[in-house]
Structures are given as structure tokens and as C-alpha cells.
Design a protein around this ligand. Structure first.
Ligand SMILES: *Cc1c(COP(=O)(O)O)cnc(C)c1O
Length: 424
């Protein structure tokens, strides 16, 4: 299966003779075995198999295989949310006393995780502007730096990450690059092709795409050489006492990172996706390629419409030729720039409020990436904990409206905006 559209539909679950055509929901916490020794071997990681859904489940596994195939990785692990995916992606290789570098323009929830909660756990984060030069990023690397993190398209400031630039600095220092690929999905960008080592997702966004199930995922490229930086990553290259001294890199090779994420971090944190959610996620991912194409077409048209409107102060969409990230978008997102547009209505915060409350088709909600058009005012919601200075750092101006363009007929979406703008 070489084409991505085919993978969306066919990868992950392949029924044997006489089995259900559609991926079944294994709604079971546990699995039955004939012999005590087999269960013992499962616990010792000597053999693979499902034994308790907190660690793995056949429905979840099908989604994991599909995601790994779509991103071009060796393995994946689904999680209860995007937040838990970020938490595990980092804590799998960083612990108290360690340090990470993150792009400053990132999702508000991830920013809080890094800036507040990980600090309480003893993991320090330095935030860096996505436009920093390689030398500026290099200057932030410390002996205890364990990862560099960024978002392919930042939420909500819509900067496009120069993945190759960050990957080169990371690799020069024997550090992996972790990329949150939530906004493009593997349909629009596959960060591994540009040097990223680990990809994470909030599957609650486009992968589900219907605003139905919360979830997250971590995908491992299998290409990072942990052994070459063995001193930096003792958790992967030294014996794990909780598994009778197993060494992940020795036993699991290119699967070391994703195996440790499951058998150690998921075992202990327990942030597993429910099989019911995995079933729905899988079903919705079957149309991911069709949805992303139409999301991009509609968003491009809405961005172009907004740009020429006299009541609009500014429009930020990397698919517009005058956008500062247009060149990077051509390189990393040639098929389209996803569905999210940021813009300001002339008249600032008050005008934004007036406009948004008069939209009818586009609904006001804390979400993006739905088939239904929706919008949000980040400064008063998702980013309200941030100081003015942090808002600027995160690329969120007080008048910023974030609109996620849905799959309705674009004429109706534009008519809705036109009507609401008349009230301003
Ligand atoms: C929503 C989002 C997250 C967090 O995901 P949840 O599923 O809401 O926990 C992380 N990163 C990005 C880019 C997001 O948009």
C-alpha cells in the first residue's frame, strides 16, 4: 500500500478469513490466557500480546498501525488526549534535572504543561522563537538538554516550523526533534521526511475531525540513534529495574523509544485511549484524505475573501502569498495549509466580539479541526492565563480571531462572515 489515501482506508486492520470486515471494538479491559508462563512472559516483555487495556488493546493497536503507516514511522502509541501524548513524549526521555527547548509559539495547553507543570516536576524548558537562527538555537543547548520541540503549524499563531533547521541543530547535538503535527496531519506534511524523530498528535483535531473523541498519539520514526547519545539517554540505554534490567535499545532496537513509552510510561501514567474512542477515531480517519483536501480548499478561499475585505485589519494564513511563512509553507505544506485562519477585524477586541457573536453558521467554541466551521477568541479563552508579554511571545494579539474552516459549501461560510461583518 504505497499511496496515503489507500493507507487511510486499508492500513491497521486486516481481517482474516471469516472475520468482521470492519475493525471490531474490543471493549474488554483484559485478555484470557491458557498458561501462567505465557502471562509471565508477557509481563517480562519476552513475548508480545495484549493482557491489560491500560497497556494495549487490539482496537487501539489498529489505529496505532494506521498512524505509523501514515507518518512513515516504525510504531505508534495512542493516548487519552493530545496533552498526555506531549507529557509522555517528553517524560519518556527527560526527568527531574533535565532540560528541553521548545518553540515559544505553541498550543496554549502545551505551553502550560512545559512552563508550569513540567517545571514542578523538575524539567526546565527554554522557549525559542521559531525564527531563531541555528546559532541562536545552538546557544540554548545544555549538557542536560533532552529534546527540541515544535509544532509544524503553530496553534493559533500559524507560524510554519522550519523542521529541517531545528532537526539539524538537534542532530548536531545528539538530541531528537519532537514535532506536534496536529494541524497538518500526515496528509499535508510528514515531519519524518524532513528529519523529525518523534511526531505527536492531538487526534481530537483533524484525525477525528468530527469533534467526537478526545485522543492523542505518539509516532516513532525509529531513526534516532539513542545508543550514539547513550550518556544523554540512560533511560533507554541503561537497565530498567522495573523489567528485570531490560535495556530498551538492546532488546527493541529501532522500537526502543515507542516500546519504553508504552511499557513504562503508559503502564505508570495510565493515560490510555478507550477502545470505543479508538474505533470512532479509526472510522473517521478513513476519510482523512478527503476531508483535509476540502478543508484546505475552503480555508484558502475564505482567507482570500477576508484579505480583500475593507473591515478586516489583517489575515494570517500561510497559504497567502504575502504571508511571511508562505515560502516555508510551499516547502513543507505543498498540498495546503490546513483549515485554521487567524485574522483581526478593524476595531480591535470589541469589534471581534461583536462580529463573532453575530456569526450563525460558524459557531463559537473551544475547538478547531471540525467538519463544522467554528471560531474562537484565544486572548479571552485558551490563552487567558498568559501575561501580555507571553501572549506576544505566543503570537496571539488581543484582537486575534481563530477560525477553523469546515466542510460546508464555502459560499455559505463566506456569506455568514459577510453578514456578521455588516453588524460591525
Ligand atoms: C488541541 C491540541 C493539543 C492538545 O490536545 P488535546 O487532545 O486537547 O489534549 C496539542 N497540540 C495542538 C497543536 C493542539 O491543537
Amino acid at each position: 500500500m504505497s499511496e496515503i489515501e489507500t493507507k487511510c482506508i486499508q492500513e491497521g486492520y486486516v481481517p482474516a478469513n471469516g472475520e468482521a470486515r470492519v475493525l471490531p471494538i474490543y471493549q474488554s479491559t483484559t485478555f484470557r490466557y491458557d498458561s501462567v508462563d505465557t502471562l509471565g512472559d508477557l509481563f517480562d516483555l519476552k513475548t508480545s500480546g495484549h493482557f491489560y487495556t491500560r497497556l494495549s488493546n487490539p482496537t487501539n493497536e489498529a489505529v496505532e498501525k494506521k498512524l505509523a503507516a501514515l507518518e512513515g514511522g516504525v510504531g505508534a502509541m495512542v493516548t487519552a488526549s493530545g496533552q498526555s501524548a506531549a507529557l509522555i513524549a517528553i517524560t519518556n526521555i527527560a526527568s527531574a534535572g533535565d532540560h528541553i527547548i521548545s518553540a515559544s509559539a505553541i498550543y496554549g495547553g502545551t505551553f502550560n504543561l512545559f512552563n508550569v507543570t513540567l517545571r514542578k516536576l523538575g524539567i526546565d524548558t527554554t522557549f525559542v522563537n521559531v525564527n531563531a537562527t541555528p546559532e541562536e538555537i545552538q546557544a540554548l543547548i545544555r549538557p542536560n538538554t533532552k529534546a527540541i520541540f515544535g509544532e509544524t503549524i503553530t496553534n493559533p499563531s500559524l507560524d510554519v516550523l522550519d523542521i529541517e533547521k531545528f532537526a539539524q541543530v538537534a542532530h548536531k547535538n545528539g538530541i531528537p526533534l519532537i514535532v506536534d503535527n496536529t494541524f497538518p496531519t500526515p496528509i499535508l506534511c510528514r515531519p519524518f521526511e524532513f528529519g523529525a524523530d518523534i511526531v505527536m498528535h492531538s487526534t481530537s483535531k483533524f484525525l477525528d475531525g468530527h469533534a467526537v473523541v478526545l485522543g492523542g498519539a505518539i509516532v516513532d520514526s525509529g531513526r534516532f540513534d539513542w545508543q550514539a547519545s547513550a550518556d544523554r539517554f540512560p533511560g533507554l540505554t541503561q537497565p530498567d529495574a522495573s523489567y528485570h534490567g531490560i535495556v530498551y535499545t538492546d532488546t527493541f532496537g529501532e522500537d526502543a523509544y515507542i516500546t519504553k513509552a508504552r511499557v513504562q510510561m503508559m503502564r505508570d501514567f495510565g493515560a490510555q485511549m478507550s477502545p470505543m474512542s479508538a474505533f470512532i477515531l479509526n472510522m473517521n480517519m478513513e476519510t482523512l484524505h478527503l476531508r483535509m483536501q476540502r478543508h484546505c480548499e475552503n480555508a484558502q478561499k475564505v482567507a482570500e475573501y477576508l484579505q480583500q475585505h475593507e473591515k478586516i485589519a489583517w489575515v494570517n494564513y500561510p497559504g497567502l502569498p504575502d504571508n511571511p511563512y508562505y515560502a516555508l509553507a510551499r516547502k513543507y505544506l505543498p498540498k495546503g495549509c490546513s483549515a485554521v485562519i487567524a485574522y483581526g477585524v478593524k476595531g480591535g477586541k470589541a469589534a471581534a466580539k461583536q462580529f463573532m457573536e453575530h456569526l450563525k453558521l460558524a459557531s463559537l467554541e473551544i475547538h478547531v479541526a471540525d467538519i463544522r466551521t467554528c471560531c474562537l477568541h484565544p486572548a479571552s479563552t485558551t490563552h487567558r492565563q498568559l501575561t501580555d508579554e507571553q501572549l506576544v511571545q505566543a503570537g496571539v494579539s488581543p484582537d486575534l480571531i481563530r477560525m477553523s474552516v469546515g466542510l460546508e459549501n464555502v459560499k455559505d461560510i463566506i456569506a455568514d462572515i459577510e453578514r456578521a461583518l455588516k453588524t460591525v
